[in-house]
Design a protein around this ligand. Sequence first.
Ligand SMILES: NC(=O)C1=CN([C@@H]2O[C@H](COP(=O)(O)OP(=O)(O)OC[C@H]3O[C@@H](n4cnc5c(N)ncnc54)[C@H](OP(=O)(O)O)[C@@H]3O)[C@@H](O)[C@H]2O)C=CC1
Ligand SMILES: CC(=O)C(=O)O
Ligand SMILES: [Mg+2]
Length: 422
Amino acid sequence: MPKKAKLDKEALDYHQFPQPGKISVEVTKPVKTQKDLSLAYTPGVAVPCLKIADNPSDAYKYTAKKNLVAVISNGTAVLGLGDIGALASKPVMEGKSVLFKSFSAINSFDIEVDTDNVDRFCSVVSAIAPTFGGINLEDIKAPECFEIEKRLVEELDIPVMHDDQHGTAVISAAGIINASKIAGKYTEHLKIVIVGAGAAAISCARLYKELGADEIYMLDSRGLIHEGRSDLNHYKREFACECWMEHKEIFENADVVVGLSKPGTFTLEDIKLMDKNPIIFALSNPTPEVFPDEVKKVRPDAIVATGRSDFDNQVNNVLGFPFIFRGALDTQAKEINTQMKLAASKALALLTKEPVPEYLNEIYGKKLEFGKDYIIPKPFDKRLIVEVSSAVAEAAIESGSSPLKDFDMDAYRAELATLLEE
Ligand SMILES: NC(=O)C1=CN([C@@H]2O[C@H](COP(=O)(O)OP(=O)(O)OC[C@H]3O[C@@H](n4cnc5c(N)ncnc54)[C@H](OP(=O)(O)O)[C@@H]3O)[C@@H](O)[C@H]2O)C=CC1
Ligand SMILES: CC(=O)C(=O)O
Ligand SMILES: [Mg+2]
């Protein structure tokens, strides 16, 4: 059987057996006796209900809210598959819930909302928000995603983050910090081309600017985004360069290309034009813009990353949202701000340079060492929860997003280290 057909069959079997889907709900209190039932359900359950009615913050004390995040999509930009609808997005959203639980011990439900109307979507999400400690928006297309996130952040008193925007920005920024070091370049001097101008691309460009990069060229399905175009929304206009230029000129001597679009939107010919040690992030999922083995043939000096789990350098938001929400939930942060995102990027970049524990070398079947083929940590690295979540928590407190004052960071790090113990 061809390799692709074999993987397709394995993926379907994985999702179907032994029972359909990837998540279930577990009960955390004893429910074995009449007494248990009278505590868990009526009459006992009325007592915490009335406490919460008197004091809403008691919901964090008596319910699962504190450690529960909703993964919510309307299915309009599912991976790079496009607008396949709410129901068809469910395997991805269940998958995000799996990653929350597996990598940061956060409970999560996936919720697929069948509407592409911004008002309707926002009113559904804000109506169900009391259940949750945080909201992870996923795979909602641009430009609607920007308005949706803005409104929900303003309206709700729990952290709300659109993962495709900020998770992707945090991880790719960490990748750029490390790859530019390996390439012998400064982030401030990079010429960066971003192919795609949607949810992920716009937010990535904003965070790269925070890192000091200011030569950024962005392309959408109609080509270069420049001031002469009359078809740009104001999100794209933020990254319009002054003048139109030829496609060839955009890639000439570029240091970095970040693909956040779909397969085939830039080519090996484009990559050949780039500066020495080019950094190629082909991040579209499941099929990258270009494949690493093809890039390596034309540019052996390239540092290449994809969003996939089956190549080196997985630049994927799986390294972000579990740990960002962990730090935000634990500090009761009201929002996930730029300081928290930058702290996450820097923690990821730093962790990559540390010696890799032996269990990870075993999982990946090779010795992992900071360099061209290891620019970013691996998702199974159990140090991520400690390093990234504590960095996010610290930034939440320092930036004032968290109301907590006397937070014991050493004790918190020690607690984080125990969360993934079997
Ligand atoms: N690795 C990772 O962690 C992540 C990867 N991604 C990937 O990024 C991609 C985009 O996701 P997202 O931003 O959410 O989706 P959006 O739908 O918001 O954006 C898609 C963008 O791709 C652009 N595009 C389409 N065709 C071309 C083309 N020929 N040349 C240049 N740009 C083109 C669209 O242009 P136009 O505006 O003109 O329609 C649009 O700006 C997906 O493949 C997704 O899997 C996303 C998040 C995380
Ligand atoms: C990884 C991810 O969130 C995406 O490709 O949409
Ligand atoms: Mg996504």
